[in-house]
Design a protein around this ligand. Structure first.
Ligand code: ZN
Length: 456
């Protein structure tokens, strides 16, 4: 009770001093003393800030500016209740602390609080950020593809270009510039698959959070991201050798889960008829149990609505892709509230039978192909011309003029697999000749063979 009376008296005194213009140092000291008391004993940080502000008007000392900065960033500052006012208070604190350090670089108290203020300021900027509807700005549906988004951007950026405004009935230059900037901002996010995924999951605030950690790596060299990513879809795809030779496509169709953005603003939209509350989310909560802080996973009902859509992805199998190759569609997997979606990854595997279901006999060894070719004993001795049907149907002529020993291997350059990423270059076709001996000779054949010279 005594303290309260004392504070009231001091407040009165401080006020009087200010008005009367007494000795300035005394006035500063009084304002400071009053402020410190209000803050420490009564927890009235709002009154303390007012007093510190008065004190710095009288005396520009490093400690005074430092105290003002520290009081402004105090969580009990009444401005904390409103995101915009809190942001302004922290900006003022930043200026006050900067001044304190300019006046005295050794003010450790101020330099420590400067760091803390930077963090609070970052968080407050995030909190005060207004959400934006980038899809609405471009006038496209939320599932619009890249082409549609690009086209909308081109049309609108021409329409709103500040230099193209004729005045009169049109937009003012300032209005046009605002719309032009909004259009560009929306396009920069929606044209980048990664940024778009984060925006879809966490909005503009998610993008700000992401930018802060972008490019940062932890001590193991892994990318640090503040946005969790939901699971990938790993799709194992069997491909045949002739598809890998000529190139082709493979598709994957599933019911993709989407977090509905329309539901957030317009739940009665006709496209939201089938939207349902998203599955519960698991959150880590810190709780105090028996005096110890423990982390506990809790199930929380989602605030978002989800729907499913039939989605087909078509992966292009390029000529000469190696087995085990992965084709990745970034952020194309199911969406989950608060998460950036995972990727859809196609893993290329050879279909059974070495990828040769049509029985062509070709086997792949890296960029080369192997083929066994049967020849008769006669062909082995006197030569032959053979036509081999290749994987894409073209024929390769193989000729031998002399004797071909059993198991002889011949390499045909340029008839192997196309090289991935250099499809005009090909590996080798390695042909092994197997001489097929007759199972038996009839008497006529035997007579003829007996007539051969003994050297054979
Ligand atoms: Zn919906």
């Amino acid at each position: 009770m005594n303290l309260r009376i004392c504070a009231t008296l001091l407040a009165y005194f401080a006020c009087t001093v200010e008005v009367a213009g007494y000795d300035l140092d005394d006035a500063t000291a009084d304002h400071q003393a009053y402020a410190i008391m209000m803050s420490e004993q009564y927890g009235d940080v709002g009154a303390a800030i007012k007093s510190f502000r008065a004190a710095v008007r009288f005396n520009e000392a490093s400690a005074t500016w430092g105290n003002l900065g520290i009081a402004l960033q105090d969580e009990r500052n009444p401005d904390r209740q409103d995101p915009q006012r809190w942001l302004a208070a922290l900006r003022e604190a930043q200026q006050a602390l900067t001044k304190a350090l300019a006046l005295n670089p050794h003010n450790h108290h101020a330099s420590q609080n400067m760091q803390q203020n930077r963090q609070l300021l970052d968080a407050a900027e995030l909190e005060a950020t207004e959400e934006k509807d980038y899809y609405g700005v471009l006038g496209v549906e939320e599932d619009a593809d890249e082409k549609v988004i690009k086209k909308a951007f081109r049309t609108l950026s021409k329409k709103y270009h500040p230099d193209k405004q004729q005045g009169g009935a049109g937009l003012s230059r300032a209005e046009a510039k605002k719309l032009f900037d909004d259009t560009r901002e929306a396009y920069e996010t929606l044209s980048d698959a990664g940024k778009r995924a984060i925006y879809d999951a966490r909005g503009v605030k998610g993008l700000i959070e992401y930018r802060k950690t972008e490019g940062q790596r932890d001590m193991w060299g892994n990318a640090v991201s503040s946005i969790p990513k939901s699971a990938n879809i790993e799709q194992y795809t069997h491909v045949s050798l002739d598809t890998l030779y000529s190139g082709g496509e493979t598709t994957y169709t599933w019911n993709r889960k989407r977090v509905c953005r329309i539901c957030r603003t317009d739940p009665r939209h006709e496209r939201c008829r089938k939207c349902q509350r998203c599955p519960d989310q698991l959150e880590m909560r810190r709780e105090i149990m028996n005096g110890m802080i423990v982390q506990r996973q809790v199930r929380v009902a989602s605030e978002d609505y989800c729907r499913t859509e039939r989605k087909t992805l078509t992966a292009v199998i390029e000529k000469g892709m190696p087995v085990g190759h992965k084709i990745t569609f970034p952020y194309a997997a199911d969406q989950e509230p608060g998460h950036a979606p995972g990727d859809v990854v196609f893993h290329l595997h050879m279909s059974p039978g070495g990828g040769d279901p049509s029985g062509s006999g070709f086997k792949r060894v890296g960029d080369n192909l192997r083929l066994d070719v049967d020849i008769t004993l006669k062909e082995a001795l006197v030569g032959f011309t053979k036509s081999v049907k290749h994987l894409d149907g073209h024929t390769v002529k193989v000729t031998a003029k002399g004797v071909t020993k059993p198991g002889l291997v011949r390499e045909v350059h340029g008839e192997g697999m196309p090289k991935h990423n250099y499809p005009s270059e090909f590996g080798k076709l390695v042909i092994k000749f197997n001489v097929q001996f007759p199972k038996s000779l009839d008497s006529d054949m035997r007579e003829r063979v007996l007539a051969w010279p003994d050297r054979l």
